[in-house]
Ligand binder design. Structure first.
Ligand SMILES: NC(=O)c1ccc[n+]([C@@H]2O[C@H](COP(=O)([O-])OP(=O)(O)OC[C@H]3O[C@@H](n4cnc5c(N)ncnc54)[C@H](O)[C@@H]3O)[C@@H](O)[C@H]2O)c1
Length: 338
């Protein structure tokens, strides 16, 4: 068994720094290198003063021969091409969400990973939130019976405080859209719990982000679940001033559940035939970016899973096929959009 899994992180912004911190805190992990196109001084990497730093991924991959795994935490539109480079150098890869911006890109990654016999870990850390884990369990145990309807509401604020000129956020090429950047976690939880969707009707609008983004800020999507039942996703980043909620309401044959809070972090309603709701452990707080808040700060679970899998003790919590499926669903929602 490998004693320490040797990591590098590409993209040292908000989330790359979290990966680096979680790697540094894990007794079976070692951070060997970091890479960002910005200079080290501009990035505040004072927590990692002795770690080799590169401005170029190719240079890092050519120089660092002892790596086992590279975490990619760059803008969305770079994930696929960088993952391919990492796999070509025979390293495992952790890809921040989304895995890519098209299904084709994700297929290329899977093809290359199979050729190189290397693992692809996708980051969907909301799966580790206690309400998500609980929901998955009661669905697996068929406690809700047949699922009739699933309604997902994602109402967040992302305004000029978030979309700054010159940043990758808001661009079609590097961001891709609100379903990729803001709400892919909730598409993932939906897919993880209820499976694939079909017969998609999709209406998207740009209400008040014309001068900030190249894509929609809001949408109303309805569909059938392939396994039965109907569903909808309502989403917006046009909520004034601050996030309102991310919630999922499930109407089943034997009961009703609503998971809510700002990022599906609490069970707001549970009324199920012959069932008593257990007390869940508290959820981790959201990633806090100062003026706005994101999804649950569960990244330590991701690094723990990478270490456990590569030391032969576990299976991947979100594998490449699931990462691809989330991208595929989002791509089909956008293609169906009127
Ligand atoms: N899992 C989550 O909850 C979560 C939360 C936020 C962001 N993310 C994802 O993490 C990724 C990064 O988001 P962020 O908020 O940290 O963005 P960020 O802008 O803070 O950081 C991105 C970093 O990548 C660097 N970069 C850009 N091009 C590069 C290149 N070619 N090579 C190396 N570095 C490059 C930038 O200089 C920047 O430092 C995105 O894909 C985003 O969707 C995930």
């Amino acid at each position: 068994m490998i004693d320490k899994i040797k990591f590098a992180v590409v993209g040292c912004g908000h989330i790359g720094k979290r990966h680096a911190a979680m790697i540094a805190n894990n007794p079976h992990a070692e951070l060997l290198a970091m890479c960002d196109t910005l200079n080290k001084e501009a990035l505040d990497l004072s927590n990692h003063p002795d770690i080799a730093f590169y401005n170029n991924l190719d240079e890092m991959l050519a120089t660092e021969k002892n790596l086992h795994v590279v975490c990619i935490a760059t803008p969305n539109g770079l994930h696929a091409s960088q993952a391919l480079k990492v796999l070509e150098h025979n390293h495992h890869v952790v890809i921040e969400k989304p895995m890519g911006l098209t299904k084709t890109e994700c297929e290329d990654i899977i093809y290359k990973s199979l050729q190189a016999s290397k693992q692809v870990f996708c980051v969907m850390q909301n799966r580790y939130s206690p309400p998500s884990q609980w929901l998955k369990t009661i669905l697996q145990e068929n406690i809700l019976g047949e699922i009739y309807m699933v309604q997902i509401n994602c109402y967040w604020n992302r305004d000029h405080r978030y979309y700054k000129k010159g940043n990758w956020h808001g661009t079609k090429a590097l961001d891709g859209g609100t379903l990729f950047t803001q709400f892919s976690h909730f598409v993932d939880i939906m897919y993880w719990c209820f499976g694939d969707i079909t017969n998609i009707n999709s209406r998207i609008k740009d209400f008040n982000h014309h001068d900030m983004t190249e894509f929609e800020d809001s949408g109303m999507i309805s569909f059938d679940f392939v396994q039965g039942g109907i569903g909808s996703i309502q989403f917006s980043t046009s909520v004034w001033d601050k996030n309102l909620e991310s919630s999922m309401t499930i109407i089943g044959e034997k009961g009703t559940v609503k998971i809510g809070g700002q990022y599906m972090n609490e069970v707001e309603y549970c009324h199920i035939m012959d069932y008593e709701m257990p007390v869940l452990p508290p959820s981790n707080p959201p990633n806090d970016y100062g003026q706005y808040k994101g999804s649950a700060a569960n990244h330590h679970f991701i690094i723990e899973n990478v270490v456990d899998v590569l030391r032969g003790n576990s299976t991947i919590t979100t594998n490449a096929l699931e990462g691809l499926k989330v991208v595929d669903i989002i791509e089909r929602i956008y293609k169906a959009a009127k």
